[in-house]
Write a protein that binds this ligand. Structure first.
Ligand code: AMP
Length: 307
């Protein structure tokens, strides 16, 4: 089983209470594919500029990520600057420079045209939809978005949501998308836009999955997984995408697609998010092992289990 992931590859400038880092490799596709690569094969569709070197690409290749779908365009790679000085759970964007993204036309590598799992990372919703419409054998599409697109491309986003099975967004984005302050009601409004399930991430407090009645099995009860308490959160950037990578990666590695698998996937998402925030950029995600991931999954179990 393998996953095709489309999203941003970026150079980020990040400021957090632990310090700052400039020009670090980031982007939704980067964090997602590194996290998912510990569970399944991953192919990336993205665009980079001339400032993206072979060394940068090797970060992905070392994790056996298929980079055939990365287009090298003339110009500069997408850049994002953000800070978490007031609130570690929510980035305040300083700047967004689309650069090579402005003219990006995603091209799906032949080797992943039949992939059964698709992740539409945080990029313009029209590009997300274009990729989904080219994939004929998809069993499950996960999707992400953010306030930048909810405000700037709402109409296109609403169309794209009809093509997404599981949407992963944070609290604030869910409320903004739904125009509703109460979380369960916001989740129901988001589900009415198309997805069969919505995973709402609460930063350091975990994540809740809301199901549409009857989707992925019987029932409609939501399910919540906490986040692992981490001693020092150095850089929250990429926590959401790494969460999505663990979540989708685990699902793609399982023979069945049902509620129990989706619930367990929330914990694997939490595990990968917890690793991502321990260093600036993607450093921690580059050198994990499945054993370290399972050990943290066990801690999660003990944290939440009662007799
Ligand atoms: P998150 O997991 O939500 O913290 O995602 C962080 C990554 O999203 C950063 O590495 C940014 O480069 C990337 N990013 C920020 N804004 C955008 C945007 N408007 N479109 C695509 N990617 C973005």
């Amino acid at each position: 089983m393998s996953i095709l992931a489309v999203g941003s590859i970026a150079f980020d400038n990040i400021a957090t209470p632990s310090g700052r880092a400039d020009n670090v490799l980031g982007g939704s596709a980067t964090y997602f594919s590194l996290a998912a690569s510990y569970f399944t094969d991953v192919a990336v569709v993205a665009v980079v500029g001339e400032d993206f070197s072979a060394e940068h690409e090797n970060v992905l290749k070392k994790r056996r990520i298929n980079t055939e779908g990365i287009e090298h365009a003339s110009g500069k790679t997408f850049r994002w600057g953000g800070q978490y000085l007031d609130n570690l759970n929510e980035a305040k964007t300083d700047f967004t420079e689309l650069n090579v993204f402005e003219k990006f036309q995603p091209r799906i590598p032949a080797s992943c045209r039949n992939c059964e799992f698709l992740f539409l990372g945080n990029i313009h919703p029209s590009l997300q939809a274009a990729v989904r419409l080219e994939m004929d054998h998809v069993r499950m599409t996960g999707g992400d978005t953010m306030n930048f697109w909810i405000q700037g491309a709402r109409k296109e986003l609403v169309e794209t949501l009809k093509l997404v099975n599981v949407l992963l967004i944070n609290d604030g984005e869910a409320k903004m998308l739904a125009g509703e302050k109460n979380l369960p009601r916001a989740a129901q409004k988001v589900l009415a836009l198309g997805p069969q399930a919505v995973v709402i991430k609460h930063g350091e407090y975990g994540a809740t999955i809301f199901f549409r009645e009857g989707a992925f099995g019987i029932g409609s009860h939501p399910f919540r997984a906490p986040a692992l308490p981490i001693d020092e959160v150095k850089d929250p950037t990429g926590a959401g995408d790494s969460f999505a990578g663990g979540f989708m990666g685990y699902i793609a590695s399982q023979p069945e697609l049902n509620r129990e698998v989706l619930k367990r996937a929330l914990f694997y998402g939490g595990v990968m998010g917890s690793f991502a925030v321990e260093t600036f950029g993607t450093e921690r995600l580059q050198s994990l092992t499945r054993e370290k991931i399972e050990a943290r999954f066990q801690i999660f179990r003990e944290l939440t289990h009662i007799e």
